[in-house]
Design a protein around this ligand. Structure first.
Ligand code: MLT
Length: 410
C-alpha cells in the first residue's frame, strides 16, 4: 500500500497565491464586466529588454547548427555566467565570492525550498513573521515542524515578529536556533536591513554555530547607498551564510527562469559525531543528482544582464517599478493609510483601515474597487491587519488603482 507524506496534510489550505487566484477567478466569473487590477503576486509586467532578447536569439541560433549546438551543460551553470555574477554582483561590492561558489538554477523559490535537502531534520528553524510562505511550507513538507494553529503558526518553528512596533527589525531569537531565514529587501514588508542589523545576525550565527539562509531576490531595488545588497558585505558572513539571488525581479525573468545560490566553501556544519562537513560539497552533490542545469539560451540571456546595455536597460525598468511604488505609497498616504516599504523594494505594506482583518480588506477591495492585493495574514500571524501591494504593473493601471483607492478609502 502506497503511503502519503502525511506532513503535507499539516499544511494550511492552498499555497497563498493560487488561493488568491481562485478567489479572483470566481469574482471575475460572477462579474465579467469588472476591470480588475492585479497588485497581488509580485510578477513582472514589463517585457524583457532588448540586450537580453538579443542574447537569447543569438544563442538560440547557435543551437540550430552542428558546430555550436550544446546538449547538457554543467549542472552548476556555465562559467561565462558564473564569472559575470562573481565579478559584477560580488567583486564589484568588495565581497569575497568565487565563481565556483555560485550555483545557477531555475529559481530562488525552488532553491530556498530544496536547500533543506542538505540540512539535518533536527535543526531548529527561525523565520521572521510575516515571511515568504515557501520557507515555512517546505519545512512543514519535510517534517521539520509539528501541527499548525489557527493563525498559521507551526509548532517547532521560532517566529520572529516584524511589525511597525519594532520598525520591522525582528529581535534576535531568545532561544537557540540553527537555521535562520532572512529576506532583504523584505518580501512582504518591503523594508530593508541596515549594515548594523546584518552584522548582529552574522555575530549571532557565529556565536551559535547557526546558518543564515539569506534571500536577496529584491536587492536590485535598493536605492539607499548605505544598505547592503549582499550578506557577504558583512565581514565573516562567508562562514555562516548561504545567499539566494534571482533574475526574476531584477531583469524580468519570472517566466524565463534563472537564479543562483551562493554556498561559500568555508561554510560548514556538523555531523552527529561532531565532524565538520562543508555544505558546498553536499549542495554540489545534490545539484548534480537532481538537476540538469538551466538551458543555454537562458544562461546567455542572464549573462547579458551584465553587459553595459543590459545594465542600463534593466536599471530603467527597476526605476519604472519603483516610481509605481512611489505613486502607490503617496496615493495611500494622502487618504490617511499607514504605509511601509516601497522605497527600496517593489512592495508596499499597508495597515488595513478601520482594523479590518487582512482577508476582509482583500474582499472589500476586490468587490468594491475591483483591486487585488495580498492579505498580510497569508504571510504569517504577525501580518494580520496588514496588506501587501505589488508595484509590478503598467503605469496606467497603477494610476487607475490609486484613483480607486482614494475613492474607496477617503
Ligand atoms: C511574491 O509575490 O511574493 C512573489 O512573486 C512570489 C515568488 O517570488 O515566488
Amino acid at each position: 500500500m502506497a503511503r502519503v507524506n502525511e506532513h503535507y496534510l499539516k499544511l494550511k489550505a492552498g499555497y497563498l497565491f493560487p488561493e488568491i487566484g481562485r478567489r479572483v477567478t470566481a469574482f471575475c466569473k460572477a462579474n465579467p464586466e469588472a476591470k480588475v487590477i492585479r497588485l497581488g503576486i509580485g510578477d513582472v509586467t514589463e517585457p524583457l529588454p532588448p540586450a537580453i532578447i538579443e542574447a537569447m536569439h543569438k544563442s538560440t541560433d547557435e543551437m540550430a547548427k552542428h558546430a555550436s549546438f550544446r546538449g547538457y551543460g554543467p549542472e552548476q551553470g556555465y562559467d561565462f555566467l558564473r564569472d559575470a555574477i562573481a565579478a559584477n554582483d560580488y567583486k564589484a561590492r568588495g565581497c569575497d565570492v568565487a565563481a565556483d561558489e555560485i550555483f545557477i538554477s531555475d529559481g530562488s523559490k525552488c532553491d530556498t525550498g530544496n536547500i533543506l535537502d542538505i540540512f539535518g531534520t533536527d535543526n531548529v528553524i527561525a523565520v521572521t513573521d510575516p515571511v515568504y510562505p515557501v520557507y515555512v511550507d517546505t519545512n512543514v513538507m519535510s517534517g521539520r515542524t509539528g501541527a499548525g494553529d489557527d493563525a498559521g503558526r507551526y509548532a517547532g518553528i521560532t517566529y520572529l515578529p516584524a511589525t511597525a512596533e519594532n520598525n520591522f527589525t525582528p529581535e534576535l531569537p531568545k532561544t537557540r536556533v540553527d537555521l535562520i531565514y532572512l529576506c532583504y529587501p523584505n518580501n512582504p514588508t518591503g523594508t530593508v536591513a541596515s549594515k548594523e542589523t546584518l552584522k548582529k545576525w552574522v555575530e549571532y550565527a557565529k556565536a551559535n554555530d547557526a546558518i543564515i539562509l539569506y534571500d536577496a531576490a529584491y536587492e536590485a531595488y535598493i536605492t539607499d547607498p548605505t544598505i547592503p545588497h549582499s550578506i557577504y558585505e558583512i565581514e565573516g558572513a562567508r562562514d555562516v551564510a548561504i545567499e539566494f539571488r534571482s533574475f526574476s525581479k531584477t531583469a524580468g525573468f519570472t517566466g524565463t527562469r534563472c537564479a543562483f545560490t551562493v554556498i561559500p566553501k568555508s561554510l560548514t556544519g556538523t555531523t552527529s559525531t561532531g565532524e565538520r562537513v562543508d555544505f558546498h560539497r553536499l549542495w554540489n552533490r545534490r545539484h548534480c543528482t537532481k538537476f540538469n542545469g538551466v538551458s543555454y539560451p537562458i544562461q546567455r540571456a542572464a549573462e547579458a544582464v551584465y553587459s553595459d546595455a543590459g545594465k542600463q536597460q534593466v536599471a530603467a525598468i527597476i526605476k519604472f517599478y519603483l516610481e509605481n511604488a512611489r505613486l502607490i505609497r503617496e496615493g495611500l498616504t494622502k487618504v490617511g493609510i499607514e504605509v511601509h516599504g516601497g522605497v527600496n523594494a517593489p512592495y508596499v505594506w499597508l495597515k488595513t483601515p478601520k482594523n479590518l482583518s487582512s482577508w476582509d480588506f482583500f474582499d472589500f477591495l476586490l468587490s468594491k474597487g475591483n483591486l487585488v492585493g495580498t492579505p498580510g495574514s497569508g504571510f504569517g500571524a504577525a501580518g494580520e491587519g496588514y496588506f501587501r501591494l505589488s508595484a509590478f504593473n503598467s503605469r496606467a493601471n497603477i494610476e487607475e488603482a490609486v484613483v480607486r483607492f482614494s475613492k474607496l478609502l477617503s
